[in-house]
Design a protein around this ligand. Sequence first.
Ligand code: NAP
Length: 289
Amino acid sequence: MSIIYTGKTKNLGVIGYPIHHSLSPVIQNTVLQSMELDYAYIAMPVKENELESAVKGLKALNFSGFNVTIPHKINIIKYLDEIDGAASLIGAVNTVLIKNDRLYGYNTDYEGFLSAFQAKKFSLKNINGLILGAGGAARAVVYGLLKVGVGSLCIAARNVVKAQKLVDDFKKMGNIKACDWADVSVNEILQKADLLVNTTPLGMYPNVDKMPPVDMSILSSKAIVYDVIYTPEKTKFLIEAEKYGHVVLNGEYMLAGQGAAALKKWIGCKDVDIDLMRIALHEALIKKI
Ligand code: NAP
């Protein structure tokens, strides 16, 4: 089916730099077309020093909203009229809604992360989680897990000062502590963990032979292992986890899920077909690599 855009078509997109690798246009346009919505979603390269003029331009061009990716997720905040509580605590915005001439910022990465558990019908209530890494993705993961009421979280990272800063920012939301991932005490936490999440780039294409330093052999046998990386589809971390019989989840869920949550904000509907977005993403990834 060929798409005809008209003078009434509404505009959406993603800004970042570089942006040519972005798969957001594929996943968003697939679902927009399946829902027969008259929107077009495009990728727009915006350099760091052009962020302010780009934001003004998108508003002037009457865009309905846009996604924000590296390197603008933090710097965008100063150009917005309002940001919601989750984005404020996570400290980054990946979705902007433009409504009545005002710019509203959200972070939908945490919703994307959680969508994998909804898809697999896993309950997170009162579980013990071990999160590897303390960067931007970890902050979204921690927010999501604490919001749904996990029992405890430990943030293990190579930089324990950064992990402790994350803990200080989120400790009002629940039971959370930091540790140095090289410390032997991590093994005790591993044994009790119901969920192990990699939020570092270790193992991401092209460095596919890397993984965070965890001993999967001592991880509780019922634990779910989640890697937020989506290239490759199965990182060394997930391959290792599967050897010990763990259920594994990859970053495709998070990427498709954050896109679905963003689209809901722009078009104001309750349901978006996340599965369709994830399949479109998966097929695009297979064709690309
Ligand atoms: P970030 O803010 O730079 O944080 C990266 C974290 O990993 C930091 O704790 C960093 O430690 C640690 N790290 C980086 N390189 C390391 C190494 N060689 N050894 C040990 N630790 C290392 O990055 P991010 O935005 O959180 O992204 C992290 C990963 O998540 C990327 O692979 C990204 O593609 C993925 N991601 C996926 C989604 C999705 O939708 N699926 C969304 C967001 C991010 P230091 O602070 O010590 O450097």
